[in-house]
Every structure is written in structure tokens, then in C-alpha cells.
Design a protein around this ligand. Structure first.
Ligand code: UD1
Ligand code: UDP
Length: 382
């Protein structure tokens, strides 16, 4: 039987966490020949995920450089990936989400006239500047792709409104599949975390987004410093993203405050365990908004908008914005008002049931005529 040659292209930490389980699923199925090409838009943060999932890339473009810009990342990927695609000749290229790797990867495949499958398709804020440049990346990849793997029914509706061409499947998010590998009871690999008393209230936080650079990030960090001083018994754990902009701002505002622990980026297992053991989460991350609700942890989103409204509707995620006073007020309420806390701390799974990768693989075999039936849509359990 001729195998379907699938190349997964990804480059940053979140793409890797969400694509490695899919690469493993494709690898395990005899209908597929699975190839992985990493751009290495991220280096250490990507390699940590590849190690966690024991995924060995077939191609590594190794493009990361200090002070990289959106233009340099895009240009390098376009130039190098074209050669890889000509060499590997995949039947389909899979890209994930909304990063510069996603957009440049899809465009490079289009230039080679290779069909593109977009994993995590259809998320929208309808604000081209927020998240920047991710919202535009998603829209552009939506035009290029022929297979759209939408995590939720709402994501599919967004794509239908835009009349994208090709086939749309509602699959759930592969991040929930990833958590089957990562969440466990073992000690942390990061030694500093083994010293944290999770019997007390611990807040897991992250903050890294480009649209928060500058004043919004300053506001967020001064809110976090104020919270730490107001609640000396609460421990705040913040693994700081390697972006030099984030490193500088975080260290300037938060270093030296006794109940704030700043760490290196955590490997995915540690991060997921940290959230599972924490009282609540504060973040501007996309992926964490999907993970924490499935762990029953309230999330305050440090952004003005979200492309992930499902958990907001379910009541476990709230938008705190980027103003200092509002962040302090909302976090203080969750720390002191147990009724409010209990109302948010419910495990919900609007983003997946752990079978997204299987649905994507089934959709591909159907799309390429190797099977008769398309997979049934993911439907969240109430
Ligand atoms: C990128 C994505 C963003 C995603 C984030 C995940 C784009 C436009 N943005 O943003 O959607 O939320 O990844 O974390 O694609 N760095 C290292 N080592 C690493 C990783 C990063 O040193 O392993 C440093 C580099 O100096 C790099 C900087 O971080 O220049 C920023 O990385 P970059 O990929 O350009 O943007 P992110 O802000 O990480
Ligand atoms: N994450 C991680 N280590 C960290 C911080 C985050 O493994 O120190 C994980 C997190 O659990 C989620 C993913 O990285 O799975 C989200 O990546 P990030 O916040 O960098 O990007 P976004 O999702 O906002 O694009």
C-alpha cells in the first residue's frame, strides 16, 4: 500500500507541545510515513519539548538568532524550507496555530504546490493587532490551507463565515492529547519547584506576548509585585520566557521579592504539573488557557481579548486585562472569596477529549481517499 507522506513543520514551544503527539500518532499508523521538519524558531524551548516526547526531527532548519525579527524569521524559513520540500516531496504539509513558522511554513508549501493542513484552525479575535502578529497569521493560513483541523465548533463557524476552501473537521485540540503524556505524580525536574509548599496557595504565572511588550507588561508585573506584597503567604511561581525583552522586564520588577520564584522555562511535564498543583493561574499564554481548565484551575488572562472564548463561557477563565488595578482586584478576589473561587475551579474540557490526533489522522486518510468515512466531530461533554 502506498503510504501518505506527511510532513509536520513546527518551530516554537507551543507548536511542538501540540504537534509532537500528532507526529507520534502518524508514526504509529501504517497508512502514514511521518516526517518532522523543525524550523527552530525557538531553540532551547523547542528542544526541551522534543526531548519530552522523544521526537527526532528529520530536518532541522536551525534558524533562531538573537534579536530575530518577524521578517528575518519569515525570510529564513521561506528560503530553507523550499529546499527541504523539494527534497522530501511530502503529499501534505501540516502546520500548527499562528506563529511566524506557521505562516512561513504554509506559504513555502503553497509555493511548492503541496496541500497544507492547518492544525488548530479557526481561532479568531477579529483584531488584526491583537494578538500580533498571530491573528493575521491564522487568517492567512486559513486562506492557504486545504484541510482545516478546528478544535471546536465555534472555530469551525469562524472558518465557514470566511468561506475558506477545502474541508473543515472539528477535532478537539491536540494539547489535551499532549497532557496524557505530561501530567503525572512524579517530582519536578526543576529542583527549585520541589521546595515549594503546594499545601499553601500557589499562583502559576506566565507572560510573554509581543503585544504586551512595554507598558502592558510593566502594568502586569507591577500588579504581580503588589499582589505578592499584599499576600505574603501566597507563593507566585513564574518560569520566565527566554525572550530578552521579557527577561529584562521580569527581572527588573520581580527579582528579590521573597514570595516570587522566577525560574528558567520549565519542561512541559513540569509546567503541567505546576499548574495541576497550583491554586490558580495567571497568564497571557494561549495554550495555558486550554490546559488549566481541564485541570480545574481558575485562570486570569492577562490580555484584553481572547481567541479562546469557550472556557470563558464555561466560567473557568476570566479576562483580567493589562491594567494594574483590575488585575490586583480580580486576583485578590480569587484569593479571599472562596465562593468566587469555587465557582471558577471546575474541571471543564471544551477544548478536547484526548483524541484530537486520531481524528486528524482519520481525516487525512479520508481526505486522500485511503478510507471511506470522515471522523465524527469532537463534541465536548457537558
Ligand atoms: C513566538 C510566537 C508566539 C508564541 C511564542 C511561544 C511568533 C510571531 N510568535 O513568540 O505566538 O506565543 O513563540 O513562546 O511566532 N529565545 C531563545 N531561546 C528559545 C526561544 C526564544 O533565546 O528557545 C529568544 C530569542 O532571543 C528570540 C526571542 O526569544 O529572539 C523571541 O522569540 P520569537 O520566536 O521571536 O518570539 P516569541 O515571543 O517567543
Ligand atoms: N509551557 C512550558 N514551560 C513554561 C511555560 C509554558 O512548557 O515554562 C507550556 C505551556 O504549558 C503550554 C505552552 O508551553 O503548553 C504554551 O506556550 P507559550 O505560552 O510559550 O505560547 P502560547 O501558547 O501563548 O502561544
Amino acid at each position: 500500500m502506498k503510504k501518505l507522506r506527511v510532513m509536520s513543520v513546527f518551530g516554537t514551544r507551543p507548536e511542538a507541545i501540540k504537534m509532537c503527539p500528532l507526529a507520534l500518532e502518524l508514526n504509529a499508523r501504517e497508512e502514514f510515513e511521518s516526517l518532522v521538519c523543525v524550523t527552530a524558531q525557538h531553540r532551547e524551548m523547542l528542544d526541551s519539548v522534543l526531548d519530552t516526547f522523544s521526537v527526532r526531527p528529520d530536518y532541522d532548519l536551525n534558524i533562531m538568532e538573537p534579536q530575530q525579527t518577524l521578517a528575518t524569521i519569515t525570510g529564513k524559513i521561506l528560503r530553507q524550507l523550499g529546499d527541504v520540500l523539494q527534497d522530501a516531496k511530502p503529499d501534505v504539509v501540516l502546520v500548527h496555530g499562528d506563529t511566524t513558522t506557521t505562516f512561513a511554513g504554509a506559504l513555502a508549501a503553497f509555493y511548492e504546490k503541496i496541500p497544507v493542513g492547518h492544525v488548530e484552525a479557526g481561532l479568531r479575535t477579529y483584531d488584526r493587532w491583537s494578538p500580533f502578529p498571530e491573528e493575521m497569521n491564522r487568517c492567512m493560513v486559513g486562506r492557504i490551507a486545504q484541510y482545516h483541523f478546528a478544535p471546536t465548533a465555534q472555530n469551525r463557524a469562524n472558518l465557514e463565515r470566511e468561506a475558506v476552501s477545502g474541508s473543515i473537521f472539528v477535532t478537539g485540540n491536540t494539547v489535551i492529547d499532549a497532557m496524557k503524556y505530561t501530567v503525572n505524580d512524579r517530582p519536578f525536574a526543576c529542583e527549585a519547584l520541589n521546595g515549594v509548599d503546594f499545601g499553601g496557595k500557589v499562583i502559576a504565572m506566565t507572560c510573554h506576548r509581543r503585544e504586551n511588550y512595554g507598558e502592558p507588561m510593566e502594568n502586569i508585573f507591577s500588579a504581580v509585585a503588589e499582589l505578592a506584597r499584599a499576600f505574603p503567604d501566597v507563593r507566585i511561581v513564574y518560569p520566565v520566557h527566554l525572550s530578552p525583552v521579557v527577561q529584562r522586564a521580569a527581572r527588573a520588577h520581580l527579582e528579590g521579592i521573597p514570595n516570587i520564584l522566577l525560574t528558567e522555562p520549565l519542561d512541559a511535564m513540569d509546567m503541567h504539573k505546576l499548574m495541576a498543583r497550583s491554586y490558580m493561574v495567571m497568564t497571557d499564554s494561549g495554550g495555558i488557557q486550554e490546559e488549566a481548565p481541564s485541570l480545574g484551575k481558575p485562570v486570569l488572562v492577562l490580555r484584553r481579548e481572547t481567541e479562546r472564548p469557550e472556557a470563558v463561557s464555561a466560567g473557568t477563565v476570566a479576562l483580567a486585562g493589562t491594567e494594574r488595578a483590575a488585575i490586583v482586584r480580580m486576583a485578590s478576589e480569587l484569593l479571599t472569596d472562596s465562593a468566587k473561587y469555587e465557582a471558577m475551579a471546575r474541571a471543564v474540557n471544551p477544548y478536547g477529549d484526548g483524541s484530537a490526533c486520531a481524528r486528524i489522522a482519520d481525516a487525512l486518510t479520508w481526505g486522500f481517499g485511503l478510507s471511506d468515512a470522515a471522523p465524527a466531530d469532537f463534541v465536548p461533554q457537558k
